[in-house]
Write a protein that binds this ligand. Sequence first.
Ligand SMILES: [Ca+2]
Length: 215
Amino acid sequence: MKNLLVVMSVLVLAVSAHADLLAGWELTGINASANPVFTGTTVAANITLAGTVLSLGSGVTPSGTASTFGGTSWGATDYAGAFAANEYISWFLQAEAGYSLSVTNVRFDFEKTPAGISNLVVQSSFDGFTANLFASNGMANTTVSPSFGVNLSGSNSVEFRLYGWNAGSAAGVARFRNLAGEDLEIQGTVIPEPGTLALMGLSLLGLAILRRKLG
Ligand SMILES: [Ca+2]
């Protein structure tokens, strides 16, 4: 039992030592019209590829512009309107069964046309899309590449949404854009839940006992 505890302690240290890239999306060659459900191009171990999805809320009309992900029809004039009309860009991340997520950082490359949205916020499903993890109001610039720390842990999955409003016209575009490297990234760690950790520890302990017997 003492050996098992030591093995489990080492495992806990090994899996929680540092943040890794959990998922990344590279926009080269894709667009939201042709690729409405775009899975991650880099996906960490113990993350579900099929559950790693970049998509648009139903209120946004997908754009076919090459190497971007976003669209038009951002018609709301305030946050409440954008929320009610599902005017958002969404990115979703799911760990495999037996694992939970600890998310520590998000970054993305964003642009809007002059008639695009003037306000945006990024929120997450961890609190039912309440707190603003990032916000930009009265956007003077047409491009922004924010990288912001978050402290979200204890869930098997998370969805992020970028809500936008106050567009100059329905034709105004808001989207993720293609720069060098991946254009949307989520950093953090994937943590085995206690049952998974115990199984891993038992497996290692079993191997150690077997090795001792064989030796
Ligand atoms: Ca890129």
